[in-house]
Write a protein that binds this ligand. Structure first.
Ligand SMILES: [Zn+2]
Length: 320
């Protein structure tokens, strides 16, 4: 501690001594209130004198232990060798290689990167928020989609794309988070969920919103289905009403799934009304056949079991 700090500490000690002396000379009735005033004065003196408060606090409070580095901390920089994919991506995007993913369970992936931004031919950046953890081939497919398909389509609107709002990338979970289902491509860092594109004019385009231009979103969908082997959006299965799922899973005979119903406002209203009517019909038909109290109307969300059966039927010819 410096000589200046020593003098300040001495000044505080003198103030404490003065307060204590005052307490001794006062009557019993006033003693407790003066003690409180003296304590408060001393406290503020300690806190307000520069250098003293922190010095005393540092003397009194033990420092927390240094946080150990997590064994599987993906924010850590990696010494992984750059693959051919990494080198191709260098020209087109901002990213950094990450260590391979080795679990838990089946959640494994090699050649993993964190994709931060796509660089357009104009040198403008399109940032991913949050950044996506993907295998490099998936990051490369996403980069080309943004760069070669999305950006030119947005330029035709008189603005440019500046950001991608991502909903999920690497995520060790079963498909649609249904317990017991097959591991999702997200668990292999091979999938990206996209909610919206942010534009230079401060607007954004939500991919699954019926309020956005239908023709523009059809263009997005067609280009996505040409690049990715799985595209799931509105109407796919009830789990993709607020984002679009993209992945590059390899299937037998290059089978592809493109399920994204791009609806305008009137079409979305008709579909919504049909769902509501369907939901209200279920309890009525039950009333006609059973003389028992009706259950409360059920919310039109498929149960995991019904959903799994429907999905198994719908996708029985495809290995998702
Ligand atoms: Zn997804």
């Amino acid at each position: 501690m410096s000589a200046v700090d020593e003098r300040k500490r001495a000044a505080v000690s003198a103030m404490l001594a003065t307060a204590a002396s005052k307490q001794r000379t006062e009557s019993d009735g006033a003693r407790s209130s003066i003690r409180r005033v003296g304590t408060v004065l001393a406290y503020f003196a300690i806190c307000l004198l520069p250098g003293i408060g922190p010095a005393i606090a540092a003397d009194a409070v033990p420092l927390p232990r240094e946080r150990p580095a997590a064994a599987n901390d993906q924010s850590a920089s990696s010494d992984s060798e750059w693959t051919a994919c990494d080198q191709r991506l260098t020209e087109l995007a901002e990213f950094r290689p990450l260590p391979p993913i080795a679990g838990p369970g089946e959640c494994t992936a090699s050649d993993v990167v964190q994709l931060d931004a796509v660089r357009l031919p104009s040198d403008a950046r399109v940032t991913l928020t949050p950044p996506a953890t993907l295998r490099c081939p998936m990051a490369e497919a996403v980069t080309h989609w943004i760069r070669d398909d999305i950006a030119p389509a947005v330029v035709e609107l008189g603005t440019s794309v500046r950001g991608v709002e991502t909903a999920d990338s690497f995520d060790c979970r079963p498909r649609n988070s249904i317990p017991g289902a097959k591991i999702s491509e997200h668990g292999h860092a091979n999938a990206l969920d996209v909610s919206a594109f942010r534009l230079a004019n401060r607007k954004s385009i939500e991919l699954t919103s019926a309020h956005e231009s239908k023709s523009l979103r059809q263009r997005f969908r067609d280009s996505a289905c040409a690049r990715f082997s799985t595209v799931l959006g509105n109407g796919a299965d009830g789990y993709h009403e607020t984002h679009v799922h993209l992945d590059i899973i390899a299937r037998h005979d290059d089978y592809r799934i493109c399920q994204w119903d791009v609806l305008d406002e009137s079409e979305a209203a008709v579909r919504s009304a049909a769902k509501t009517a369907q939901a209200s019909q279920a309890p009525k038909s039950a009333a006609a056949t059973a003389d028992i109290p009706l259950p409360r109307p059920r919310v039109d969300l498929p149960s995991p079991e019904r959903h799994a059966r429907a999905r198994a039927l719908r996708w029985s010819r495809a290995i998702r």
